[in-house]
Design a protein around this ligand. Sequence first.
Ligand code: ADP
Length: 760
Amino acid sequence: MKDTWLHVQLAPTVDGLLLHVHEKSEPLPYQETVFPEEQLTTEVLEKLYVGVGVLTPEGIVLEINDAPLADAQVRREEVIGQPFAETPWWTPSPASQEQLRSAITRASLGETVRFETLIHPREGMDLYLEATITPHRDVDQRVSYLVYVGTDITARKRAEADIHALIDALPQLVWTSRPDGYVTYHNHRLINYLAMTPEQAEGAGWLAGVHPDDQQRVWEAWQTAIQTGRLYEVELRLQDGRSGTYCWFLTRGVPQRNAQGTILYWVGTCTDIEGQKRAEQQLKESRENLRVLAETVPQLVWVARPDGWHEYVNQHWRDYTGLTPEQVQSDKRAYLQFIHPEDRESNRAVVQRALDTGTMFEHEERLRNAQTGEYRWFLVRGMPMRDDTGQIIKWCGTCTDIEEQKRIEQALRESQERTSSLMNSTIIGVTIIEGEQIIDANDTFLRMTGYDRDDLHAGRLNWMRITPSEYLARTLEAHQELSSHQSMTPYEKEYLCRDGSRLPVLVGGAILEHHPHQAIAFVLDNSARKELEQRKDDFINMASHELRNPLAALKLQTAMLRRHLNKQGIHTAASALSTIETQLNKLTRLVEELLDVSKMQAGKLEYRRETVDLDVLLREIADAMQHLHPSHRILLQRAVHASLLGDRDRLGQVFSNLLSNAIKYSPDATTVEMELSATEETIRVRVTDHGLGIPQEQRDKIFERFYRVTGTQQKAIPGLGMGLYIVTEIVKHYEGTISVDSAVGKGSSFTVTLPKSRDA
Ligand code: ADP
């Protein structure tokens, strides 16, 4: 059997390997075997390749086929033995020349090198080549020669360029990838967005632009897609390379297959879904917010379907009614039992109307608390929620506890009623004042004073202006009290009416709690009482006058009788006459006092003007009193010498009244004291006793006309309540003051302070 040698040559091509087999009767020398001198080989190659060449490891051309020679229009002899990189295909383009040189260097070291390049074989001809340089080794494993194969990929390159141009023109972010997942191309938009160079993004470089949190998930999805050949779809955050911010994208990759179903490449897009994501997020948040809100608000919250079934009730609702969500969802009318029987019908009507008209409803009703069983007032509100087409999809509602509010409203109503009945009262005049202005008044006040609403609105009602000058001081004092004590003690005054007449009134008032700048004043028509008082004064005046004359006549007659009897030596009636005279004197004093009071009332009391030596006056009074009342020892202390310009009798009246009271109201005491002192400006007289004392609450009143302290002990002591009034009026006349210090059961001390008259 004869051995047959097979010469096998393997050469890489674009799509795979070319297997070339020759049958030989004997082994060819190594050199020979390589040479594809057979016509068949050359022919085959001519059809497949643009260029095939054999090079020395240094890159010298050993053999070359015709195609490149034809392209460059050179003869074979011109290139054989020349460095391949300096042949006409490469020389016009230094970049590809350089690529070739480095490829030859790498191949000569044993590596198969593949690269794409653009060459210019001759003037006006551009050729995209995919070049492969394969090293061939001898038996010693040394690289003995290199096979160069260059394939024309110009058409493919053009097609690719067209596709890329198309892809670049798309308003989307587009990429393509090899079947193995190596991303070959990112369109301009994508490159611009990522702010990477095409080289940086190539392969798996784009992954650097994916949010770190998404990288793993995205990579896994991409690997799965490549392995299964199924649609690749994933949401990811891509970094805007310029601003550094991330935006959400939906990335989709679709495998492109040939007729046999083999994946040729992938085409993918990235769609901006940031807005959608944000809206989704917002929706989620707003739903969550709504739920949190519904659980946090103090109201009972419910959501019902248009058919009336409750879809949601918050915790408050469940707590108040004691119903479980299951109960609510299994019984449509479960909540009805909590409505007060009296409110059910109106609730039904209101809800029905809302359902019919599709408008919101509001209803006040009493709801029963499941735990306590008590009913509380609630304001129930329901609001329809509609979809885009206007269809009602839900009713949302709240029940607000208004029990407290109801109670306050009720109280307010009652208080308003009270206030308005007061305002509408025909007896009491009511005014609201702010500053000096009366800003509101009821009809009674207007009727009383004769003003009308126009005067009121025009601001003509100023309480200063309608107060007669002699009452201004007292009025200002009352207002002072009002601002310091929030209220004024009722006091008497007069108003100037519109027609110029005067109206005696009793006025009181208080600051309005909620308007601290305003006060409410009550005005009572005092004219009837004043008139009565006037009549009484007139009567006293008349009576005292009428009494004075007969008294004077009686006194005269008694004196004459005493003289007459004396003359006749009859002494038996002497003591009876004395008694008569004493009683007559008492009566005269009383009538004199009554007359004084009545003159003081009318402002007609006359005062003389003379120099009064006070220490002398006090001595005389003390002596006279001591004579009349031997029961008490009168202790007089005069530390100073003081004189005054005034009416001696009137001033005497002041001190003798005080002294006689001191004795009268200290029946069990043995002494009373009178003390005179002075400062640079004033003279002071103090009368002190150790008697009954005066209760605190009556201390101011004792200075009023005819006032007497209301105690059994006091009542037992005779008197008419005129003394202190007369004292006060006289002291006032001299612009002095009188005050009292007292302790019940211990005694009282009256102090009169008089200003020293300048010319005294
Ligand atoms: P009267 O004529 O009643 O004494 P006054 O005007 O002098 O009238 O006094 C008024 C009232 O004041 C008396 O009724 C008495 O109750 C009380 N009063 C006056 N002085 C004293 C005093 N020194 N001690 C206690 N009470 C007094």
